[in-house]
Write a protein that binds this ligand. Structure first.
Ligand code: ADP
Ligand code: MG
Length: 252
């Protein structure tokens, strides 16, 4: 069974059909990309999967469970983590603290235990730190560990945003335009990390991205959307050869 199954997903904002009957499945261990012009509905699909938005119709299944009607805070504990197109970090906290906050979904202790700092709390805390240190090493953020987000270059903040999601230890990560605003070299780093996330961490990756060289390099399959609807789905080469996809990009 597919890890993620999206069936006839739709959301309408007043008269705007932001997403209008999109279906796709993502297999465990797959890198699956969604492409499409600005305003096509890509981030809205992420907001529907992470349950920030309630769909007008359709179903979303993850890991064998219908998650269509769960609330947003129930999503992360199932193993779905996401990044945001507009970086969502705490500017006046350090990189380390931002990544530790990404772990809060794993709380297995309550406030009484926390206050008394019982062995269970200390063990959990060690586990959180260990995971976060793994992520810092993986994304080569050692030099920035104790720096405030506000003072970091944009490219580094983009990487910390990925780190915040990885620190949650998800099964599936949703990356919303991870390479936007990055240099060619920085985008290439993102490509390597996506490949390593799959190979070394066993993650499933669902990515929205405009950088077609990144999409082509890392994706097993691609879904092209425009005006909230699917245009084509297949390998990167198949989707790029599609006449409807070409027309949507050329605006004809
Ligand atoms: P993109 O493919 O660029 O990520 P979005 O998913 O952000 O596109 O937006 C798709 C469409 O849905 C746009 O027309 C956008 O204005 C609209 N939209 C998204 N979120 C909302 C909202 N909360 N209220 C009204 N319209 C929205
Ligand atoms: Mg978007």
């Amino acid at each position: 069974m597919s890890l993620l199954q999206v069936e006839d997903l739709a959301i309408h904002f007043g008269g705007v059909k932001a997403v209008d009957g999109v279906s796709f499945s993502v297999e465990a261990g797959e890198v699956f990309s969604i492409i499409g012009p600005n305003g096509a509905g890509k981030s809205t699909i992420f907001n529907l999967i992470s349950r920030f938005y309630k769909p007008t119709r359709g179903t979303i299944r993850f890991d064998g469970q219908d998650i269509t009607h769960l609330s947003a805070h129930q999503i992360a504990p199932l193993g779905i983590a996401r990044t945001y197109q507009n970086i969502e970090l705490f500017d006046h906290s350090t990189v380390l603290d931002n990544l530790l906050m990404g772990r809060h979904t794993h709380r297995s202790t309550n406030w009484v235990q926390d206050t008394l700092f019982l062995p269970k709390v200390r063990r959990a805390e060690r586990g959180h730190r260990q995971k976060v240190e793994e992520v810092i090493e993986f994304l080569e953020l050692e030099a920035y560990r104790d720096k405030l987000i506000a003072g970091l270059p944009y490219g580094v903040r983009k990487v910390v945003e990925i780190g915040r999601a990885l620190a949650m230890g998800p099964k599936m990560i949703l990356l919303d335009e991870p390479a936007s605003g990055l240099s060619v070299e920085e985008s290439q780093d993102v490509a390597y990390w996506v490949e390593d996330m799959r190979r070394d961490m066993g993650l499933t990756v669902l990515m929205v991205e405009h950088d077609m060289s990144l999409v082509n390099q890392v994706s097993d399959r691609v879904l092209a959307v425009a005006n909230g609807e699917s245009l084509a789905m297949g390998t990167p080469a198949e989707v790029q050869a599609d006449k409807q996809v070409q027309a949507a990009y050329l605006g004809t």
